[in-house]
Ligand binder design. Structure first.
Ligand code: HEM
Length: 224
């Protein structure tokens, strides 16, 4: 615990905690995508998978707590570091150095805020059923929560699909920079690995973009 508070007080410690918490979320994104793609195999496969997750008991709550704590830590530390960076150079840059900065690296705060808003909306939509509640809470013929119906019917609404695809674009933009940045921060980057981490980051961002978008697109075209 002492080490944790020591890390929080130093800028490099804060960056390391951001990298680790972000890494936990990259893992979540890939596992969540694999799970969601069950929907392409039909109603039974999807509902069985969702039922399995719902019945994990304490494992589910431990995982949820880890993701929630990592997310809150990541957002708070990003805000603190952003604030400290801008107060360290209050006059601001007159000219941006765009030689190495990419669109993704320059828009990390914006894409991060978009992801934060999306996650709140997404949990209200699929986990709590507070928004678009007309699709929530139905049971299938086996008496399981009909997640297949909830997801496919939701995405037949073009506004919901548009909101999800916009959010997925931001997630993949954020990830395309975050992946290599994480290795850089943790000191696991060097001249020989720089290109590898960068291209792996772009590859993962493409998987997230095409994998997650495939679901609303398949639903809107009536393929699922
Ligand atoms: C096409 C895109 C997506 C679909 C169809 C989808 C589907 C779902 C569903 C059905 C649930 C509820 C699971 C349940 O309670 O049974 C869920 C929960 C969740 N999703 Fe997604 N998701 C998508 C994209 C994303 C993205 C891009 C993120 C992260 C940036 C994300 C983060 C979460 C989180 C944090 C939860 C809550 C997990 C929990 O209840 O413990 N999802 N998603």
């Amino acid at each position: 615990m002492n080490v944790f508070f020591k890390m929080l007080s130093a800028p490099t410690g804060k960056k390391a905690l951001m990298a680790v918490s972000g890494g936990i979320w990259i893992g979540f994104l890939l596992v969540h995508l694999l799970g969601n793609l069950q929907i392409l195999f039909g109603q039974d496969a999807m509902n069985q998978y969702a039922h399995f997750l719902q019945n994990l008991g304490s494992v589910k709550w431990i995982a949820r707590s880890i993701f929630l704590i990592s997310f809150i830590l990541h957002v708070i530390l990003a805000a603190i570091l952003k604030f400290q960076n801008s107060s360290a150079r209050p006059e601001g840059y007159t000219k941006h150095n765009t030689i190495r900065a990419t669109l993704a690296s320059r828009s990390m705060a914006l894409s991060g805020l978009a992801i934060l808003s999306f996650i709140i909306y997404h949990i209200l939509h699929y986990t709590l059923g507070t928004v678009h509640s007309e699709y929530f809470g139905q049971l299938d013929s086996e008496g399981r929560h009909d997640v297949y119906f909830m997801v496919t019917e939701s995405f037949k609404n073009p506004w919901i699909t548009l909101a999800y695809i916009t959010a997925i674009l931001f997630v993949s933009l954020h990830l395309s920079h975050a992946f290599s940045s994480m290795f850089q921060t943790l000191g696991l980057n060097g001249p020989r690995t720089e290109a590898l981490w960068k291209s792996t980051g772009y590859f993962l961002a493409a998987i997230v973009l095409f994998g997650y978008s495939a679901i609303p697109i398949a639903a809107i075209y009536g393929l699922i």
